[in-house]
Each structure stands twice: as structure tokens, then as C-alpha cells.
Design a protein around this ligand. Structure first.
Ligand SMILES: Cc1ncc(COP(=O)(O)O)c(C=O)c1O
Length: 380
């Protein structure tokens, strides 16, 4: 099995390394950013060295734009959506998710909004579209900053438009197990030139030289005693990508559509093959671009769930209990130790936490493998 990189692609990578003299953040990063923007349908993209780095940048821009306040997050997702807020002094407010897409519930979101709310982090979990008209309307009506985390949802669509193009900002991950990979890597997309400029500065130490010419001129005029090359406008990080990762990204982008087709067909076949009296199968597939194959017990049966995990272990099938982030994030030590709020009951998140898991999906996973696993699980 070739994994994510074919022999030819590995050869091309070696040739690139042998011949280039530019290894960090350069023309290939820029080209990948441009191509990514046009594929997603986003105005701007800034490549970073991971999805978690993307989370850090979007949270930093949210704080820069709206100051300190509460940010509504789903209880099912990923740690760095929450930890980036905590690190920047913002307060996560956890709400429940839907069973049919494992993503933020719109009624729970509405109930969690207070005068202190400044933003929403919407996670498109497992490649399901997590957006709805109501969520977009709630953000608009309450003047809330919308961040879409699309790290598990490259190519997922809402109303026939790719996710990541709706929010004020969005984040993608190119970690190894994702739809496409740069080994480590990520992307921050934004709608406005101002946020794009901020993303570039936060990515690169906070440096003004990353900004547009007119911004650089403004800082030069306001801070005449500072060296323009070393003027730091925002409290930045170094989250830049190398050219090597961008080289891989460009290669991978050329096959993303066929990868998504295979993954999505795998999900459909998986749900058709599972015994729907034992397992929940009525997921919302509209616009889905599958990340991993979900398994959720229809009834909360602890005995059956441990039989399933034992069986998967015995057969060397990798799985993650509670989905990618380990289930209900509001239970995690780093959350309990820091300022946060839980709004409403996390009924579905707890169900997924205790009776849900996922099995990996990949363009090399075949229908016969899916059939075999589902038959074994149905027999339990
Ligand atoms: C929803 C979500 N956000 C953020 C990340 C972080 O991405 P990375 O592993 O590239 O740092 C992940 C990782 O899988 C994720 O699933």
C-alpha cells in the first residue's frame, strides 16, 4: 500500500529538495494558498504548520477584533479549538451537538448567547456539514464572529458551497489522517483583507512587514523610531509552514476531489451495511465529505459497546472512542481547571462520549473491508 504519497510523488519530492534553495515560507506556500482559496471558494488563505496553529490564529484574530468575552463551542470537537481560547483569556461556553451530524445544535446555541458572547466556533465534525441557515442568522443577528473549523471536513458543502467559505474565518488541517495531507500543516481562510493581514502577522511573530504596503506605511509614520523590518504590530507566534509541506499540498490538491468521492462512497456503504436496529444510521449526508466512519449505538448498552471495542481491538481495526476529540470536551482536565461555562445539558455529547466511536476512512479503504467489519459488528 502506498499510503498517502505514491512512489512517483515521493520521487518528485526528493527532486524538489535536491534542487530548491528556498525551504521556508516562500513561493510554493503562496501558490498553495492561492489554489486552496479557489478550491474552497474563500477570499484569502494563509498556510500554517498545523490545524491547531490555525485555531490559535483564528482565536487571536477574534480577540484582536472583539476583545475578551465568551465564545460558544460544541462539546464534541477537538482540544485546540478550546485550548486556543483559554490561552488567550477567552471563555469557552459548551453547548450540545446533534446526533445526525455530531455538530453544534442550533437551539442550544441560541440559548447560550448572552451579552458577553463575542463569537462562535462551529466544528464540521467528521466531515458532516455543521452549518444551518439558523446558525448563520443567529451569528448575524447577534453580531457574533463565526469561526468554522473544517479540519475534518475538506470539501463538505452547505447549500452547494464548500464549508470554510461562510465564516469570518475558517481553519483546515492537513495532518496525516485527513482528506489530504502535507504531513503536518493547516490553513486559515478569511473573508476580509484585514483578517488575512492579521493572520499573516500572527503567523510570523506579529511582524508588520507581513502586512500590506499601506499598513506598513501607517506603522512607519506612527512609530518613526522603530526599524520597519522589526516592528511588531500584534502579539504573534511563529506558525509558518515550510516549502516542503506546500509542495506536498499542491500535489495532494490535484487529487482531492477523487479522494473525497471515495471517502463519501465508503461512508454511504458503511451506513447501508450496518444493522440499523443496533446502530444509528440516519446521519445527515447532505454535503458530507467523510473524515471517518461513525459508529453510535442506538440504545445505551455498555455491554454491547465493550464487546464492540474488544472485537475491533482483536481484529486490529483502529478506532477512537467518542470521535476525534475523545468525546465530551467539557469533561477534560484542561477545561475543568480553567474558566468555562456549560450551557444546557450535553445529552447527545454524552451519548457520543459513552456509546460512540469512529473507525478510520481513507481512499485505500475498500468496500469489501467495510463489508467485513460491518458484518462482524452486526453479529455482535
Ligand atoms: C476539528 C479539529 N480541529 C483541529 C484539529 C487540529 O489539527 P492538527 O492535528 O493539524 O493540529 C483537528 C485534528 O485532527 C481536528 O479534528
Amino acid at each position: 500500500m502506498e499510503g498517502k504519497f505514491s512512489a512517483f510523488e515521493r520521487e518528485e519530492l526528493c527532486n524538489f529538495i535536491k534542487t530548491t534553495n528556498r525551504f521556508t515560507n516562500g513561493p510554493l506556500v503562496k501558490k498553495f494558498e492561492e489554489n486552496w482559496s479557489s478550491w474552497v471558494g474563500a477570499e484569502n488563505s494563509v498556510m500554517v504548520n498545523s490545524g491547531a496553529s490555525g485555531n490559535l490564529i483564528t482565536s487571536a484574530i477574534l480577540k484582536q477584533a472583539n476583545g475578551i468575552g465568551e465564545v460558544i463551542v460544541p462539546a464534541i470537537g477537538w482540544s485546540t479549538d478550546i485550548s486556543s481560547l483559554i490561552q488567550l483569556g477567552l471563555k469557552p461556553v459548551f453547548v450540545d451537538v446533534n446526533i445526525e451530524n455530531f455538530s453544534m445544535n442550533e437551539i442550544a446555541l441560541e440559548e447560550a448567547i448572552t451579552p458577553d458572547t463575542i463569537g462562535v466556533v462551529l466544528i464540521h465534525t467528521l466531515g458532516f456539514n455543521g452549518l444551518s441557515d439558523k446558525i448563520i442568522e443567529l451569528c448575524k443577528k447577534n453580531n457574533l464572529f463565526l469561526i468554522e473549523d473544517c479540519c475534518e471536513a475538506h470539501g463538505a458543502k452547505f447549500r452547494d458551497q464548500r464549508v470554510g467559505s461562510f465564516g469570518d474565518l475558517s481553519v483546515f488541517s492537513f495532518y496525516y489522517g485527513h482528506h489530504i495531507t502535507t504531513i503536518e500543516g493547516g490553513m486559515v481562510c478569511s473573508k476580509s483583507a484585514q483578517f488575512n493581514e492579521l493572520a499573516k502577522m500572527f503567523r510570523s511573530h506579529g511582524m508588520v512587514r507581513e502586512a500590506e504596503e499601506n499598513t506598513q506605511e501607517t506603522f512607519k509614520a506612527e512609530f518613526p523610531d522603530l526599524n520597519p523590518l522589526f516592528t511588531f504590530a500584534v502579539p504573534g507566534f511563529n506558525l509558518r509552514s515550510t516549502e516542503i509541506n506546500a509542495f506536498l499540498g499542491l500535489q495532494q490538491l490535484s487529487k482531492i476531489d477523487s479522494i473525497i468521492d471515495i471517502r463519501t462512497n465508503n461512508l454511504i456503504f458503511w451506513l447501508e451495511s450496518l444493522d440499523s436496529s443496533l446502530y444509528f444510521t440516519e446521519f445527515n449526508l447532505e454535503g458530507s465529505s467523510n473524515f471517518a466512519l461513525p459508529l453510535l449505538l442506538r440504545e445505551g448498552d455498555k455491554k454491547l459497546f465493550s464487546k464492540i471495542t474488544e472485537c475491533l481491538k482483536k481484529n486490529k481495526v483502529e478506532f477512537r472512542i467518542g470521535t476525534a476529540g475523545g468525546g465530551n470536551l467539557a469533561k477534560q482536565p484542561f477545561v475543568l481547571e480553567n474558566s468555562h461555562r456549560v450551557s444546557g445539558e450535553l445529552i447527545n455529547a454524552n451519548k457520543i462520549h459513552t456509546f460512540g466511536l469512529y473507525i478510520g476512512n481513507h481512499e485505500n479503504v475498500t468496500p469489501s473491508q467495510i463489508k467485513l467489519i460491518s458484518e462482524v459488528l452486526n453479529d455482535l
